[in-house]
Design a protein around this ligand. Structure first.
Ligand code: PEP
Ligand code: CO
Length: 453
């Protein structure tokens, strides 16, 4: 008797019997197998007790007790694995989280899109230029961006290079944080030069002073330091897109008696790979990590309900983060019925808004961009709709950088389409620059006055 496929037991490679979207085609299968075997033997990037700690914090955020800030590049590149760029990204996330803490009066959970955000979904497998067709660029872990057959050929060795860079990135972030970089008593450590010249300077400094005063007050009156203020947690996340990479780092942890994907704390399933019977959902259903699911306008309520049933059959708190990315135009139409459909399942989820991916457009120059006003509009709508429905928007998801790029238009400096060419560095989606990111945090802090629950 043949068993129905969903009764076949899960294991880290069981996804291979399902349809796997968005995977590169490797010509040399033996080379790929060799790399996967090596990656499976190398030490993990993160460990299970950190993952469990994040899961508890997400469960608290589901109850409205915390707020999650997730952000970073659309795709990391190997060239950007440099101390200055990593530190700047960490700084802007810390600054934003300080502003959110001040505005929302809730602990902020910080999750970087970093240390593994190397594979990208693409709308087509190939790209044609002047009659020449080559595989499309799928991210640094897969192939190279130059338009030559050699550069576009998927190279399994890049999986190892990506794993190493993920390890280097997270090692540096951990060392900075453990060394006191994130200490709330010293927010001056995270100052980015720009703040000195920015229209946002006064507002940001006021927030910093007010937090310092509050810390001084509590520490003086209680006669003890607030330990939580010295050290913050920082977690890593990436899209769990490249299934061989994710499989190789998925391990059974005896102490927990569960499988974990140890390539990152919180992988997410992108919108293009969320098919209910697809390979990505198969891999994700077997791991104990908290997981994001991107939900776009094309996903039906039944589809999302099906995902919750497969991915969280035991209604475990802290496990599922639904990241809606509808676009400013669609959110009012789509989100209310989605909230209702999820509520009907009784499954606990953390709602997060990604106001980036539904608001991408092409500027007259041909560059991909996003308008700051549309990003703010989607965020405003998200907070309003959740509030009106008695639901809790417990997190936000941004593509941002700590650098002075010109990829999104608008913001305090009023960047226009004509400014885009000046410092457009992204190979993929346009990111908020540091000033736009900080401004967004300030807008959110204002949008979201503390609620008593
Ligand atoms: C992304 O987060 O970079 C991405 C591709 O998102 P989505 O799957 O929501 O389109
Ligand atoms: Co993106």
């Amino acid at each position: 008797m043949t068993r129905s496929p969903d009764l076949i037991e899960w294991h880290p490679a069981s996804w291979q019997s399902k349809a796997a979207a968005q995977q590169p085609t490797y010509r040399d299968k033996a080379a790929l197998d060799g790399v996967v075997a090596e990656l499976s033997r190398l030490p993990p990037i993160v460990v299970s007790w950190e993952i469990e700690s994040l899961k508890e914090q997400i469960a608290a955020a589901q109850r409205g007790e915390r707020f999650v800030l997730q952000g970073g590049d659309c795709a990391e590149s190997f060239d950007d694995c440099e101390s200055d760029k990593i530190a700047k990204k960490l700084k802007i996330l810390l600054q934003m989280s300080l502003v959110l803490l001040h505005g929302m009066k809730k602990p902020i959970v910080r999750i970087g899109r970093m240390a593994g955000q190397y594979a990208k979904p693409r709308s087509a497998d190939t790209e044609t230029r002047d009659g020449v067709t080559l595989p499309c660029y799928r991210g640094a872990i897969v192939n190279r961006p130059g338009f030559t057959p050699e550069e576009r050929e998927p190279d399994p060795q890049l999986l190892l290079r990506g794993y190493e860079r993920a390890g280097l990135t997270l090692n540096f972030v951990r060392a900075l944080i453990d060394g006191g970089f994130a200490d709330l008593h010293h927010p001056e450590y995270w100052d980015l030069d720009f703040v000195r010249h920015s229209p946002l300077k006064a507002a940001y400094e006021k927030i910093v002073h007010s937090i310092s005063d509050a810390l001084d007050f509590f520490e003086a009156t209680s006669r003890r330091p607030i330990h939580e203020a010295n050290r913050v947690d920082f977690f890593a996340s990436h899209e769990g897109l490249h299934l061989h990479y994710e499989q190789a780092q998925t391990r059974f942890i005896e102490r927990q008696q569960r499988w974990y994907n140890l390539s990152t704390h919180m992988p997410w399933i992108g919108m293009r790979t969320a098919a209910l019977d697809g390979a990505h959902v198969e891999l994700f259903r077997g791991i104990a990590n908290p997981m994001g699911i991107k939900v776009g306008p094309s996903m039906s309520a039944e589809w999302v309900q099906g995902l919750l049933e497969v991915l969280n059959p035991n209604n475990e708190p802290g496990r599922i983060v639904l990241i809606h990315r509808m676009g400013a135009k669609e959110i009012d139409k789509r989100l209310p019925s989605l909230i209702q459909a999820v509520r009907a399942t009784g499954s606990p989820v953390l709602w997060m808004c990604d106001p980036m991916h539904g608001n991408t457009e092409t500027a007259s120059s041909g560059l991909k961009t996003r308008r700051f006003d549309n990003i703010v509009a989607e965020l405003e709508a998200a907070f309003r709709i959740h509030r009106e429905m008695g639901s809790w928007l417990g997190g936000v998801h941004f593509e941002l950088t700590g650098e002075d790029v010109t990829e999104c238009t608008g913001g305090a400096r009023g960047l226009t389409d004509a400014d885009l060419a000046r410092a457009y560095k992204s190979q993929v989606d346009p990111r908020l620059n540091y000033e736009q990111a900080l401004e967004l945090a300030m807008r959110m802090a204002g949008l979201h006055p503390p609620v008593r629950r």
